[in-house]
Write a protein that binds this ligand. Structure first.
Ligand code: DGY
Length: 315
């Protein structure tokens, strides 16, 4: 029987299937397993099922002398040294598609929340500070309908955000490595930064996108514009974002991802009322997380059986 290391419990019945077909060694905690646990347990395993919090670098890959497949329970694979794994003949699989809608929904939720001051309003009521009846200039936000949405990246999630934006009659522009056949205008990065009312980050994290949005880029945004990021924290240089927010150079931000997660309560982002924060919830619906579990398990089993996985990471 094949031996498999699983670094976290996953929702739905799929672990049971894995347990029927392989010998599973699983970390039962909700916190990430210590690295030493992974390094010692991976030694005799044929497959590894990880989440995005486990760094699968050369050391882990070298320790897994029998490894045939690394299946990540995520679409992102920036936590895995894919090039090295592939060079050793280890297949790498991920779970795209099934989380696209959930993530695009959250992006739109964040966008609406920050534009229409939903979280601020909720907090005001809970703090007992809603003390005047309706008046014309109270808590004015930014109109979402008919405004310009700039999408950075036009992969699956970028397209799903675009579909939603059409329902809001938004004017959509986008920048990505190459133009796509979509109902939005392809522009260069500078135009995207200078013309967007809402700039939504959907690119994945890699060497090219690391700190892609730094001070000089963020300063190109309109003073009235909002940044929305639910992709990976390090695409935005967080200290530079704090700086532009402190200087009032953009209107606000809505963030689901951060350079270090979880963020500390002392993180300067926490103090801005015009910043909406969620704890990496992009794919966090029961339906999506169960589908991700199904795909991660099937990817792993297929590879162990020498069959094609449902999704495979190729460089
Ligand atoms: C991913 O899959 O990469 C998301 O960040 C979490 O689902």
């Amino acid at each position: 029987m094949y031996k498999v290391l699983v670094t976290r419990r996953i929702p739905g019945p799929w672990l049971d299937l894995l347990k029927r077909e392989t010998e599973v060694d699983i970390w039962e905690g909700r916190d990430p397993p210590p690295r030493s646990w992974i390094l010692s347990r991976v030694k005799d395993k044929d497959g590894l099922l990880v989440t995005l919090t486990e760094r699968v670098d050369r050391e882990v890959i070298d320790a897994g002398v029998n490894l045939k497949v690394i299946s990540t329970y995520s679409v992102g694979f920036d936590h895995i040294d894919v090039k090295y794994a592939l060079s050793k003949g280890i297949r790498v699989t991920n779970t795209p598609d099934v989380l696209t809608d959930a993530t695009a929904d959250l992006i739109f939720g964040l966008l609406l929340a920050v534009a229409r001051r939903i979280v601020e309003g909720d907090r005001l009521i809970r703090d007992g500070k809603w003390n005047l009846p309706w008046y014309p200039e109270f808590m004015l936000g930014k109109e979402v309908s008919h405004s310009t949405l700039g999408i950075l990246g036009m992969g699956r999630i970028g397209r799903a955000v675009l579909r939603r934006a059409k329902g809001f009659d938004m004017n959509v522009i986008y920048y990505s490595r190459k133009p796509h056949d979509v109902d939005a205008k392809f522009v260069d990065l500078d135009t995207l930064l200078t013309e967007s009312d809402f700039l939504v980050v959907t690119v994945d994290l890699n060497q090219e996108t690391y700190h892609m949005l730094d001070y000089s880029k963020l300063m190109k945004m309109k003073r009235t514009a909002f940044l929305v990021n639910a992709s990976r924290g390090p695409v935005v240089k967080e200290e530079d974002l704090v700086r532009v927010l402190s200087e009032g150079r953009i209107a606000g931000a809505a963030l689901d991802v951060f350079e270090r997660e979880p963020i500390s309560p002392d993180n300067p982002l926490v103090k801005f009322p015009n910043v909406v924060l969620t704890p990496h919830l992009g794919s966090a619906t029961r339906e999506t997380r169960e589908k991700m579990a199904e795909i991660a398990v099937k990817n792993l089993l297929n590879c162990l059986k020498g069959e094609s996985p449902l999704y495979e990471v190729k460089l």
